[in-house]
Design a protein around this ligand. Sequence first.
Ligand SMILES: [Zn+2]
Length: 773
Amino acid sequence: MIATGIVIIPVLISPLPEFKTPLSTVVEASDGSLIGARIADDGQWRFPSTGQLPEKFKKALLTFEDRYFYYHPGINPFSLFRALRDNIKAGKIVRGGSTITMQVARLSRGSRSRTYGEKFIEIIGAVKLEIFKSKKRILQMYSDNAPFGGNIVGLDAASWRYTGKSPDDITWAEAAALAVLPNSPSLVYPGRNQEILKIRRDELLQKLYERKYFDSLSLVLAIDEPLPGEPKPLPSKAPHLTDLFYVRNRGERIRTTIDPVLQERAAEIINYHQKELAGNFIFNSAALIVDVPTGEVLAYIGNSTSPGLSSHGEDVDIIRSLRSTGSILKPILYAGMQQSGELLPNTLVADIPTRFPGFTPENFDQSFSGAVPASTALAQSLNIPAVGMLKKYTPERFLELLKNTGFTTFDKTAEHYGLSLILGGGETSLWELTGVYASLSRILGRFNGENKYVNGDYHPPVLLPGNSNPVEISSESTLPLSAASIWLTYEALRKVNRPETETGWQYFTSAPEIAWKTGTSFGFRDAWAIGTTPDYVIGVWAGNADGEGRPGLTGISSAAPVLFDLVGLMRPATWFTPPPEEMTNIRVCRNSGYRAGPDCPDTEEVSVCLNGLRSDACPYHRIIHLNKSKTRQVTSNCLPAEEIINESWFVLPPAMEYFYRKKHSEYKPLPPFAAGCRPEKSFPVMEFIYPTPGIKIFIPRDHTGEMTRVIPEVVHRNSSKRIFWHLDDKYITTTKQIHQTEILAPAGNHVLTVVDEDGNTLTCSFNIIGESK
Ligand SMILES: [Zn+2]
């Protein structure tokens, strides 16, 4: 009775043993395999519990430590008595007689010296555990917290560090060695300890064999297996992702969406290309692969990890870093303008020298084609047409569109970005970029016939299964970009032209069906490439984490080859299907790509967004009057009506024509007027390239303090004509062929007038903002 009281009262008042020790951060792939871990705050490798105990280890542990575990109430009087007897005989504590439950109670109290007082506390704790916890749970607590030598705690960490494998995959020999270790963790160290460890392991294997857990051949093979030696390094398949969770979910076990095989192979590809890039002092690259239907991240290579490239910022997670976008946003503008009907796929857009105050966009090859179809301008990533398109669409609307599609990084005003927004004036991350393209592909892939916002389809990439975070769309009912506009954009990107002048284009000739786009930021600091199919999106970045630019660092040369190698890892995809309910067929002018007007002679039918019905008619085909031989323009004033031939003529404005003719030998300039035929009204023959009417020009002083000069330029349809220049009604000069001059004018309003030999006149008013000095 008294003896019972001695036990019951302390059990009632004692705390339930529990573990409040810090845990490692463990990051797992989608299949549960380890992709990386970070040590616990107390410097121990102690993994958060999996809640699972593999059979081999369980059998080995119970056989070695506590054969009657399932039958005793936390204490085993027989083994306690035996231990007491042996200890008295030896005059010191030589054995503990502890059950696994008692060891759990002891482990929960940290490492304390073995005294009879402690032993009593352990017994009380063990009884309490047996009352409140299941046998399964107690066994789990033991396995999660047992010491395995050094700073390795718990079976999971021990299995990875000693065998390089998940506990589920260990052999009988490994299970036996791991079952022996917690009893005397120091046995893991090399030397004589290892001999003792081998003896104990082999004895345990023998017992397991006797219990018929395996056959005699397996026993022989198991005894032959080497012992665990030096701890192995833990897998580090996605170090930057592991760091991310170390910050966000410290001490937790995180199951991610990462495909472990793809992750490993994608990292190999990044590191392979990185070696080559390093030859040009480009030291960092990153890639993100996202599954389109779910948005789940399949591979996350935050940076290259090539050995020997250390101290070049490889710790930086580029996927999360903000970088200049270069041209990588152009497809979104194209889609926006298709959606609004402001542009049809092949609408000609101007590609002529263009200067804005403080901003002169240039094409990558610094040439001008005069006019190009919008889809070609997108595929070739021409900068000047893109700026012209943004000017029409406006930076305000574009910024709104970017935000609606899921970008959060463009947090300045449209005025701040201005037209440079389309050429990399803003910054975003590979994370957001890849996420937005995945959303667009999801919208198109799931097109359901209703131009309605599919709740939740716009969301960032997903790292934890089933944990998407839908973007709030400011207009609830309508998609920021319709499936049709995305389809038309992807069709243009699928045909991405690989200009001969770009290095390595041959490399892509066998490229699979993929819509892709590259981008290069100002100063060659960022090389981007992004590609999508209905199944996946791959985003790639190359450059230097510290922002240093390198000549030759371009999207096409540094990022696209990586993109296509990564595409090679993916299973072949079918192409998207167009969304017919969102599209309509209209007749367009084959020359201009605009909706066909009454005077367009050559038309074709194309599928466009519904708003394409509202798009402008072709402005370039006009009926002109010709003589019989079609060599002169005439008017009804100078020729009888029956001798006049009326013909539709494709006439571009002078500046577009000037450059377009150089690349299009089929372009026929307007014939001159017949002698004596004065037109009442004709097409303009001249056009100012600079200044443009109404422009405000800020003129800085040069290094000598002089105001720099303005260099106006005019083009004339007829290259043989001379042009006479007047500034504010004063004659200044005459030009031939190249109509460019220099003027120096004070601050204020000015009028520039040019007159050609035939008396055609063109004026341009502009304003000079002088420096206040
Ligand atoms: Zn036309």
